[in-house]
Write a new protein. Structure first.
Length: 144
């Protein structure tokens, strides 16, 4: 199974403004994208996992704290699985790749934060690969 990875982004600035980029992101597998903007900083989205689909996360504005867990058993995952926490900030311009087989829970750390998410399957497939667990399912949720 692939591991979680971060692709470094950057910015080019001149008198006309700026261009943010992640030039090493090969978008060949991408089938769709969506943008998430939580209603407030208290809202936690998750736990949602995908056995087949992979996701890429890029913060358009603000910042997010993402909790990530590698699922060991899809019908009854261990409650004490290691939870990895990654903070993504728009100012860092990084793209986080989460391969198939992981679950996520995340929270906006700033008001009006926006998270761009790319997926490698179309919407018709989404309902076939959607595993949801309660927020308190895994013992080590880190909110920051």
């Amino acid at each position: 199974m692939k591991e979680i990875s971060i692709l470094k982004g950057g910015v080019a600035k001149d008198n006309r403004g700026q261009i943010r980029f992640v030039n090493d992101f090969d978008m060949e597998a991408v089938k769709r994208f969506y943008i998430i903007k939580n209603s407030d900083k208290a809202l936690i989205r998750g736990w949602r996992a995908h056995r087949i689909e992979q996701r890429w996360f890029y913060v358009l504005s603000g910042s997010f704290s993402l909790n990530i867990v590698k699922i060991d058993n899809w019908e009854n995952p261990s409650k004490d699985l290691e939870v990895q926490n990654i903070v993504l900030k728009s100012s860092d311009m990084n793209l986080l790749h989460i391969p198939a087989g992981y679950g996520t829970a995340f929270v906006a750390l700033e008001e009006d934060s926006e998270l761009l998410v790319y997926a490698d399957y179309g919407l018709a497939h989404a309902a076939l690969d959607d595993y949801t667990y309660s927020l308190d399912y895994f013992n080590k949720l880190e909110l920051l």
